[in-house]
Design a protein around this ligand. Structure first.
Ligand code: F6R
Length: 357
């Protein structure tokens, strides 16, 4: 039930800090140590390469999941759009393992890949919000998101839950492989939950940003580097699917290779700047677009802030910034859609789960 909320989407955005705490608990053992089932850990350790298969928002979570698994656990990962993998299968190694990321567990494009790789005899794991869903039943193993039912067509809390579960999978695998993480993930995810709460409490600020930057916009660009690039892809998808504003996410450095030609007087460019090593680079990209008339909105993090930045996130671990940075983007999309009288929970032409290929 959406209770007093005007839309499921807003309710589900609000639930994210609580979902984070639920996931931490669900993946802790009696000694409060993060854990996943030993048979899943064994399968991951036996694999010489992991392939993440997903669509839409879940694919965007997969792009970040790859970074977590490679950086923490040191296992090579490829990320594939499910509908592409099905018909254009890449060269596979001796012992690949497949990780399906799907909120619903019913996406036909992903199911088709699972059928195919099972025939080849490869190991599989589904990360899903729905216990008993097709992808969960048909894969060898399942990890649950514990996000509670997601009703709004636009995925919000499932995305941050996917990132949290992927970070846990990466950290637990790293430990099993004797690799030092250098930080305590339980503690860092707790800090993330608090930072998320500060974001969902910033609704008025985000509504104002939506008004200032998007009320008359025909299009909008999201730029970022490293993790912020992947968050920008997700921000752009959210904005286009519910507000119908043409939106694209770009790696900051790619702008000058073509996209910058699209910048006109007043074009909104939302820049995400949470990554210290590329902070100066992304700010350079902002100057490039501003010089060509763009209207830049900078979302940054404590410690990297500069005068004139539009929104500042509390400091969280540099790998976990996507879990927090995506929330202002979800809210900006929500308010942009609301201001345009769009049907937020049921955008045109879309279904909650896509059960045709
Ligand atoms: C976007 C959205 C879709 C889904 C995609 C995959 O907000 O909801 O892009 O992410 O259709 O769905 P699942 O995760 O159920 O496989």
């Amino acid at each position: 039930e959406k209770g007093t909320y005007p839309h499921y989407m807003l309710k589900e955005i609000d639930e994210q800090p609580a979902v984070m705490r639920k996931i931490i608990q669900a993946y802790q053992d009696d000694n409060e140590k993060l854990t996943i089932k030993p048979e899943i850990l064994d399968a991951l350790q036996e694999a010489d390469r992991l392939h993440i298969i997903a669509a839409g928002t879940s694919y965007h979570a997969g792009l970040i999941g790859k970074e977590y698994i490679e950086k923490m656990a040191g296992i090579p990962v490829e990320v594939h759009i499910a509908s592409e993998f099905g018909y254009n299968t890449p060269l596979l190694t001796e012992k690949p393992m497949f990780i399906f990321i799907s909120q619903s567990g019913e996406t036909a494009d992903s199911r088709q890949v699972l059928v195919k790789i099972k025939k080849l005899g490869h190991a599989s794991l589904t990360i899903t919000n729905v216990a008993g869903s097709t992808l969960s039943r048909e894969a060898d193993h399942t990890l649950l998101l514990h996000a509670g039912p997601e009703i709004a067509v636009a995925s919000t809390k499932a995305y941050t839950a996917q990132l949290a579960v992927l970070s846990i999978l990466a950290a637990v695998t790293a430990e099993a492989r004797g690799r030092e993480l250098g930080f305590d993930l339980v503690q860092e995810l707790g800090i993330v939950a608090n930072a998320m709460q500060a974001q969902v409490d910033a609704k008025e600020e985000m509504e104002q940003i939506a008004r200032d930057f998007l009320s008359t916009a025909r299009n909008c660009f999201f730029i970022g580097r490293i993790f912020d690039y992947f968050v920008g892809l997700e921000g752009a998808l959210k904005l286009k699917e519910i507000s119908y504003i043409q939106a694209e996410g770009f790696a900051g450095g790619e702008l000058k290779h073509g996209t910058i030609a699209l910048i006109e007087e007043g074009t909104p460019v939302i820049a995400i700047a949470t990554q210290e090593v590329v902070n100066l680079n992304i700010r350079g990209n902002v100057k490039e677009v501003a010089a060509r008339g763009a209207n830049p909105c900078i979302i940054t993090m404590e410690g990297l802030q500069e005068d004139g930045d539009n929104h500042v996130l509390p400091k969280v671990h540099e790998m976990l910034t996507p879990l927090v940075a995506v929330i202002p983007l979800q809210l900006i999309s929500y308010y942009a859609a609301l201001h345009r009288d769009c049907d937020v929970d049921k955008p045109r032409n879309l279904a909650k789960s896509v059960t045709v290929e």
